[in-house]
Design a protein around this ligand. Structure first.
Ligand code: UDP
Ligand code: MG
Length: 138
């Protein structure tokens, strides 16, 4: 069983569709939600979380996006959950994403693209410890 870190971004909270997105994930019938918490990133935490993107032209907007409201953070478990949930998230750009993916269904643009999901075992480990430090060594 593999673990990953996802969070529902502020657009999901703003649109009051947290429940719909959680339902869509549960309807996959593949993953266990081990932990779930409303949280909020400040600029410093967001810059740290997305530090791999710090040289990218969109970095500033990305930090602003994820700080603009509450996020819902989840620790998910399941077989091949890292790649499985990435696939279900869909393309980073909701306009290019398949309609049966979370971003295709609920997203609008690069700064309203619904969800973050760890992209590898290494980033999952780092990102789980970022939000759930007490879970790291389980
Ligand atoms: N992003 C953006 N412009 C871009 C690429 C990405 O604003 O050209 C934002 C978008 O919100 C994305 C996040 O930066 O989800 C992180 O980018 P990444 O390439 O890691 O995409 P993801 O892993 O989220 O699909
Ligand atoms: Mg990414």
């Amino acid at each position: 069983m593999e673990k990953t870190l996802i969070f529902l971004k502020p657009d999901v909270y703003e649109k009051r569709i947290l429940g719909k997105v959680i339902s869509a994930i549960e309807d996959q019938k593949k993953y266990n939600i081990l932990e779930m918490r409303m949280d909020r990133l400040n600029e410093e935490r967001a810059r740290e979380f997305y530090s791999v993107h710090k040289e990218k032209p969109f970095f500033k907007d990305l930090v602003k996006y994820v700080c603009r409201g509450p996020i819902l953070v989840m620790l998910l478990e399941g077989r091949d959950v890292i790649s499985g949930i990435r696939k279900f998230m869909g393309d980073t750009d909701p306009l290019k994403a398949d309609k049966n993916t979370l971003r295709g269904k609920f997203g609008e643009s690069l700064d309203s693209n619904v969800i973050h999901g760890s992209d590898s075992k290494e980033s999952a480990k780092k990102e789980i410890s970022f939000f759930f430090p007490e879970k790291l060594f389980e």
